[in-house]
Design a protein around this ligand. Structure first.
Ligand SMILES: [Cu+2]
Length: 343
């Protein structure tokens, strides 16, 4: 009888204090959890997203409608003449976390980005499609360092704050071969959105709340602000993310989630006079805006490598609201895959 009690106690304590799939937020959320004193974690995230087609102030627009919009850079051609068809972005994020105390967790993240865009070129005078070409760039894009600080912790609800710095270290002078509206090939400085960086530093401030309704149901809310504090001739605008998610624990090692993200970003400040192709992405007012997306996520715990259980996670994210400023490409499905391991 006594041994049954011991086994019961052992099983109970593992399920109560061992890690659970639901213990981390959906993988698309950053800085969602803290660690106990002395604990560290490494993480790898891979994210893949596509954009296709264009919108003007949030409404779909065809190539022929784009071709009658003025080219602000020059009179030859007088109208926009290069139109983006599709863009794909692959991001690889490597992160580390370490908790020197129960109250503070330090976080480090580095991002590698690969971008590729297909575009159509229309003749400057005849306005017929003279062909398509591809632009691409890939580089280490940014490094960030943050501290997560415990603010409040009770049975059901906990709050933590994040304060950090994000350094944009990617190349902002990448060039590519462009098929011009005069039907020639020319090496040009790639537009702002195709560059890997902007040489800026942003202050990161975040607040996260986790509310545990019961063992199976968790709600999370997070707001993160990125405020520019240092930049060169141009930089991408300040960003705000708001995430709200619900997670259901199917079993100790499997949870599912739904998430709503609201994104707001200001337009580009400053400009580079060498970015002047007759294409929407070389116009600074065609950046930033408001978008919303919803994600369906899965967290798994499984044993792959020795030590603590490995965390695997997947999230599939779809756009639901597009209020991007000016003329921009439309977001399509995004997929985030993650691996995390604690020590
Ligand atoms: Cu962690």
């Amino acid at each position: 009888m006594r041994s049954v009690q011991i086994i019961f106690l052992l099983v109970f304590s593992i399920s109560a204090f061992g890690s659970q799939a639901i213990g981390h937020a959906p993988i698309g959320v950053m800085a969602d959890h803290m660690h106990k004193k002395g604990e560290s974690m490494i993480s790898v995230r891979a994210s893949y997203m596509k954009m296709r087609g264009n919108s003007l102030d949030g409404n779909s627009i065809s190539d022929s409608e784009i071709l009658v919009i003025d080219n602000p850079h020059s009179n030859s051609p007088a109208k926009l003449s290069v139109v983006p068809i599709e863009m794909s972005m692959t991001m690889l994020m490597l992160g580390g976390m370490y908790a020197p105390t129960d109250e503070v967790t330090l976080m480090f993240m580095t991002m590698f980005m690969d971008k590729s865009m297909n575009l159509n070129t229309y003749h400057a005078m005849m306005r017929n499609n003279i062909g398509s070409f591809n632009s691409s760039s890939s580089d280490l894009s940014d490094l960030s360092f943050s501290a997560l600080v415990n603010l409040y912790e009770q049975d059901k609800s906990r709050w933590h704050a994040e304060i950090g710095l994000k350094f944009s270290v990617g190349d902002k002078n990448e060039k590519g071969k462009v098929l011009t509206p005069m039907n020639t090939n020319m090496e040009m400085l790639l537009p702002y959105g195709m560059q890997s960086g902007d040489d800026s530093v942003a202050l990161v401030i975040g607040f996260t709340n986790l509310y545990t309704l019961s063992d199976e149901h968790t709600f999370g809310n997070q707001i993160r602000f990125f405020r520019n504090i240092s930049s060169k001739e141009w930089h991408h605008g300040d960003k705000t993310y708001f995430d709200s998610w619900y997670q259901y624990s199917v079993s100790r090692n499997f949870s599912i989630s739904s998430r709503l993200r609201l994104n707001h970003q200001r337009g580009i400040s400053g400009f580079d006079s060498n970015i002047k192709a007759p294409v929407q992405t070389s116009i600074t007012s065609n950046y930033g805006g408001f978008t919303a997306e919803v994600g369906l996520g899965f967290n798994f715990l499984t044993q792959i490598f020795p030590g603590s259980e490995d965390r695997l996670a997947l999230e599939i994210i779809n756009p639901i609201i597009n209020e991007k400023n000016g003329l921009q490409m439309k977001d399509k499905t995004k997929i985030v895959f993650g691996f995390q391991k604690s020590f």
